[in-house]
Design a binder for this molecule. Structure first.
Ligand code: ZN
Length: 177
């Protein structure tokens, strides 16, 4: 199996909330697609509650499109580890532009009273939502400084690590409950 880019960054050193350019992809026609790691929670120390995460997904995807208006967002998808999202964008927005759109989106979440597309026709688990939880995560992000991650500083040599998960889950903070 090929080693994916995200497995070459040290999640222990990763700050949060923080933004990282995960990679640039050049299409056959020469367009640049930027993939961002939009990290909300500190890996292995924090995790977003599953309902809050799902509601964040519905809201964040829409608000980021409104707020990063000079660029076409291809996709925003939650990470399976529930510590953040991947966002693919056509072009190369500046980190500051993305962070400012991210903060604006968190404010939009605090200001909304509806979860879009949370029905049986448009969502695969429309019963698994929490607007209250999403708002808690949004205000948590707004209370913090969003850092910019440096891939070189986070570089990981996978040959030097053991494949063990040594985490005391009683100490993992659940965000959004
Ligand atoms: Zn859904």
């Amino acid at each position: 199996m090929p080693m994916l880019d995200s497995f070459l960054v040290d999640h222990v050193k990763m700050p949060s909330p923080a933004l990282r350019v995960a990679k640039h992809v050049k299409t056959p026609k020469g367009d640049i697609i930027t993939v961002y790691d939009v990290r909300f929670a500190k890996p292995n120390k924090e995790i977003i509650d599953e309902k809050a995460m799902h509601t964040l997904e519905h809201l964040f995807a829409g608000f980021m499109r409104d707020n990063l208006k000079n660029y076409e967002i291809i996709d925003i998808s939650p990470m399976g580890c529930r510590t953040g999202f991947y966002m693919s964008v056509i072009g190369e927005p500046k980190d500051e532009e993305v962070i400012s759109a991210w903060r604006e989106s968190m404010q939009n979440i605090l200001d909304t009273d509806t979860i879009p597309e949370a029905n049986i026709y448009q969502c695969g688990s429309c019963y698994m939502h929490s607007l209250k939880g999403a708002k808690k995560v949004a205000s948590y992000i707004l209370s913090k400084n969003i850092e910019i991650m440096d891939n070189e500083k986070l570089a990981l040599n996978p040959k030097n690590i053991s494949n063990k998960c040594e985490v005391d889950i009683s100490k993992v903070k659940i965000l959004g409950i």
